[in-house]
Design a protein around this ligand. Structure first.
Ligand SMILES: NC(=O)c1ccc[n+]([C@@H]2O[C@H](COP(=O)([O-])OP(=O)(O)OC[C@H]3O[C@@H](n4cnc5c(N)ncnc54)[C@H](OP(=O)(O)O)[C@@H]3O)[C@@H](O)[C@H]2O)c1
Length: 249
């Protein structure tokens, strides 16, 4: 099936490595030009860009702290100059601390809120006006299932991302008339070589009806679908890609 992504300009945040890198590869393989964002992983971003360029697409590497609106605006200036206006954004970057609420010092939660909630607002404010002007666009935000179910050890990032889900639903209502779709993809645990011991891994896997962790390839299909014209009548939704970990109405 041709997803018609060839020649589209798509920003993937946090794309130097991990899940974001996998998404960037999948997009390039569909012929999309990639604005490849990183914050600190400069060498990995350069290597990912080098490999992606082999697919014959354009790649622009942009650095920025999503917690800073100024950085995000600078990213837009650079992308618009070197690639052109964006057709879509996949916001994959995230920052989470793994601990219970009373292990935080007051204010220690700010960065998670700045990246996982304000970062989404910054991206929307900087890039969506171009999509409105073009009368088309797609905005996908990636969260973890904790944003839907709560998680006592991801309590702040889950709350921030729950806010981002609500924000994207409201934005979807506002910009639907401009043919812009805003959706959230909610992930279960993706196997990236984390060092779980055997007992812990067995305990985690028991929580998954499909009895395994996810792979990056398990989620790229969903992202490609939500970026394609096949999803043009889907907006304001949260789609879990999670092996059945949570089943939320
Ligand atoms: N892996 C999982 O099992 C899982 C499960 C549920 C949800 N998720 C979510 O899915 C996404 C991808 O997962 P992952 O494990 O590959 O991600 P990750 O390594 O936790 O984070 C992805 C990238 O976010 C970027 N980032 C962090 N703070 C930033 C900031 N202030 N400004 C800009 N970029 C920032 C980092 O870029 P640099 O390295 O360049 O600094 C990092 O590489 C994340 O949002 C994650 O929370 C993952």
């Amino acid at each position: 099936m041709d997803l018609m992504l060839s020649g589209k300009n798509i920003l993937v945040t946090g794309a130097a490595k991990g899940v974001g890198r996998g998404i960037a590869f999948a997009l390039a393989n569909e012929g999309a030009n990639v604005a490849l964002h990183y914050q600190t992983s400069e060498a990995e971003a350069a290597e990912t860009a080098r490999l992606i360029e082999k697919a014959g697409v354009k790649v622009v590497v942009v650095k920025g702290d999503l917690a800073s609106f100024e950085d995000v605006q600078n990213m837009r200036t650079r992308i618009n100059r070197d690639l052109g206006t964006l057709d879509a954004i996949v916001n994959n970057a995230g920052y989470a601390q793994f601990k219970s609420f009373f292990q935080y010092l007051p204010g220690e939660w700010q960065r998670e809120i700045d990246v996982c909630l304000n970062g989404v607002l910054h991206l929307a404010h900087a890039f969506v006006p171009d999509m409105i002007a073009n009368n088309r666009g797609k905005f996908i935000n990636i969260v973890g299932d904790s944003a839907r179910t709560g998680d006592r050890n991801l309590i702040v990032s889950a709350a921030a991302r729950s806010g981002a889900i609500s924000f994207l639903k409201s934005l979807a209502q506002d910009v639907g008339k401009n043919d812009i779709q805003c959706n959230t993809v909610s992930l279960g645990l993706i196997d990236q070589g984390q060092n779980f011991n055997e007992a812990t891994l067995a305990k985690i896997i028991k929580q998954y009806p499909l009895r395994r962790l996810g792979k990056v390839d398990d989620l790229t299909g969903c992202i490609l679908f939500l970026l394609s014209s096949s999803s043009d009548w889907i907006t304001g939704q949260v789609l879990s890609v999670n092996g059945g970990h949570s089943m939320v109405d």
